[in-house]
Ligand binder design. Structure first.
Ligand SMILES: Nc1ncnc2c1ncn2[C@@H]1O[C@H](COP(=O)(O)OP(=O)(O)OP(=O)(O)O)[C@@H](O)[C@H]1O
Ligand SMILES: [Mg+2]
Length: 279
């Protein structure tokens, strides 16, 4: 039987009084979910995301360490949220940690993951047993936790299945060094995703000098089908060149003519301060 076009939970709710039809429908749903288990792209599609080629590569990759140097708005948070949810639903007792320079940013990523869960939820999948603004626990023992970006408050987790570091170029090196051992015993996955932020820090260092066991993915804005060339041209005209290069072109810049070094400016920025204006 073909996979029906409505959601899996809808189909379940609409079971008829015909036991044979019901059984056939249950089998079709289970078969579909088994395929989703083997291919996260299928789950992404059911969540409303038709992955770009590089996003499919990421979802299907066996690499234990991935670093994504991707343009703003290319879809890197979206696709790692999909992978986080897939890991939680299809791997029992998985622990997925979401980390960013600030709690506010981690919560944004967490919200994406929760929205995808709402979209794909089914009685045939693990259900959410505990839910808060920072935490989602499932009936299969898996947990997703959004964490603040400070080294002193993230310690204490171990056997992590998937560690996602969003806006990784802005994460303190000390934070990276303190979370990395959480993967020591679990054979878990580590994903660093960001656009560049100067020739500094762990993100830059791994991108430039990391060993071959890092899967590197670079996507510039013109490769993203959702960013129009008109918008890009307008950004190119209005932004300082080095800023455009790092936001959209994946280039790690050092502004040679600036009064302060990039590292000094970066160190002076506090990601926990809420912006006054949201664009
Ligand atoms: N494959 C896709 N199909 C449709 N929409 C997508 C896809 N991937 C991402 N998007 C959408 O593109 C927008 C940007 O995605 P996302 O926030 O993941 O980008 P990002 O690279 O993390 O951006 P930023 O650098 O600003 O954090 C979102 O509205 C998201 O839903
Ligand atoms: Mg993002």
């Amino acid at each position: 039987m073909d996979y029906p076009t409505t959601t899996l939970s809808d189909n379940y709710d609409r079971l008829s009084h015909n036991p044979m039809w019901n059984q056939a429908m249950r089998n079709a749903i289970k078969e579909r979910l088994e395929r989703e288990k083997g291919d996260p792209c299928l789950m992404a599609e059911r969540a409303g995301i038709l992955p770009d080629n590089w996003q499919s590569d990421l979802l299907r990759s066996d690499a234990k360490q991935m670093i994504l140097n991707c343009s703003r708005q290319s879809g890197k948070s979206t696709i790692t949220a999909v992978l986080g949810l897939h890991t939680a639903l299809f791997q029992d007792n998985a622990l997925i940690l979401l980390l960013s320079p600030s709690l506010r940013q981690s919560v944004e990523l967490f919200k994406k993951l929760k929205d995808f869960y709402t979209a794909v939820a089914s009685p045939f999948l693990p259900t959410a047993t505990e839910e808060s603004t920072l935490r989602l626990q499932f009936s299969n023992g898996s947990r997703v936790v959004a964490l603040p970006g400070s080294e002193s408050t993230v310690r204490g987790y171990s056997a992590v299945s998937l560690l996602i570091l969003d806006e990784a170029s802005r994460i303190d090196d000390a934070l990276y060094f303190s979370v990395k051992p959480m993967l020591a015993t679990s054979n878990g996955k580590l994903i660093l995703l960001s656009s560049p932020y100067g020739r500094r820090g762990v993100f830059y260092d791994i991108w430039e000098n990391g060993a071959d066991d890092w899967l590197r993915i670079k996507i510039v804005a013109s490769q993203c089908p959702r960013i129009s060339s008109a918008f890009l041209e307008s950004e190119r005209r209005t932004l300082p060149a080095f800023w455009f290069d790092q936001e959209y072109m994946g280039i790690f810049c050092e502004t040679m003519d600036s009064v302060f070094s990039f590292a000094d400016i970066a160190a002076a920025i506090d990601p926990n301060v809420k912006p006054l204006i949201f664009l």
